[in-house]
Design a protein around this ligand. Structure first.
Ligand code: JF5
Length: 249
């Protein structure tokens, strides 16, 4: 079970994401709890202002610290100890290992979604939090990164995916790309499904999938092969393929 609170100025960006498909089902099954909180509700001045101009000038707007501190105070009162995440291009990179870590987290995850030019630095300095980046590019806000991280984590919670095996099976073979998948029809626009997949010969199918997985990884993400758990025989076979590829270029 994953619990998360999301602090945002734009609840409407997140609501539909959690109201559909697998995330909705995870919530309905009690495997995910999401509490979207409008930061504006924690702006206590007359006009409920959440942003302001930066000291020193330079234009743009920053999120003010008070609504964020007030929201975290309330969440701590409600929930006790929490783990605070700040989506930011300056953070450590989100990856499958951190997704697994989030999926096993017993503390509520609290995401602070920044907007505009960023957030008053006192949020970062005054609160124990983890800055996490979902990639080296700049977005308009932290909502999409927050949803992305929750999505990656929740599919690892047992019972969330249809075939309980699917996520497990994958996480065994992390660091390798998948083999190609086929469904009906058997022939489409002259392209046939590899015969072996229709043979019913389970061990041969396993062997074929492993080969395709290795080839796919060599072609698209050769860097992954360094860390991947290959057998000696597989290493030799891949080295041979690599030379062959070299010759064909
Ligand atoms: C954000 C101020 C946060 O842009 C991002 C981001 C990029 N990679 N990972 C996260 O976060 C949103 C925008 C403005 C703070």
């Amino acid at each position: 079970m994953i619990h998360c609170d999301i602090l945002t100025l734009f609840p409407g960006m997140l609501e539909p994401i959690f109201g559909q498909s697998i995330l909705k089902r995870a919530i309905d099954k009690g495997l995910l709890n999401v509490c979207i909180r409008d930061l504006r509700d924690f702006a206590y001045d007359k006009h409920r202002v959440t942003d302001d101009v930066p000291y020193g000038g330079g234009g743009g707007m920053l999120l003010k610290p008070e609504p964020i501190f007030a929201a975290l105070d309330l969440i701590r009162e409600e929930r006790g100890e929490i783990r605070v995440i700040l989506p930011s291009p300056q953070g450590k990179h989100f990856d499958q290992t951190l997704a697994e870590d989030f999926s096993n987290e017993k503390l509520p995850l609290v995401f602070i979604c920044g907007h505009y030019e960023g957030i008053d630095a006192r949020v970062n300095d005054g609160i124990s939090l983890e800055e996490v980046s979902v990639g080296d590019y700049i977005l308009t806000g932290g909502e999409i990164p927050a949803a992305l991280m929750i999505d990656a984590a929740v599919r690892l919670v047992p019972g969330v995916l249809g075939g309980a095996l699917s996520a497990q099976e994958e996480s065994f073979s992390t660091s390798l790309l998948e083999h190609p998948h086929y469904t009906r029809p058997f022939e489409y626009r002259g392209m046939k499904v590899p015969e072996i997949l229709t043979s019913g010969h389970h061990s041969k199918i396993q062997g074929w999938r492993r080969e395709k997985s290795l080839i796919n990884t060599l072609e698209k993400r050769p860097d992954l092969l360094e860390e991947a758990p290959l057998t000696k025989a597989e290493r030799l076979w891949v080295a041979g393929l690599d030379l062959e590829q070299e010759g064909l270029r």
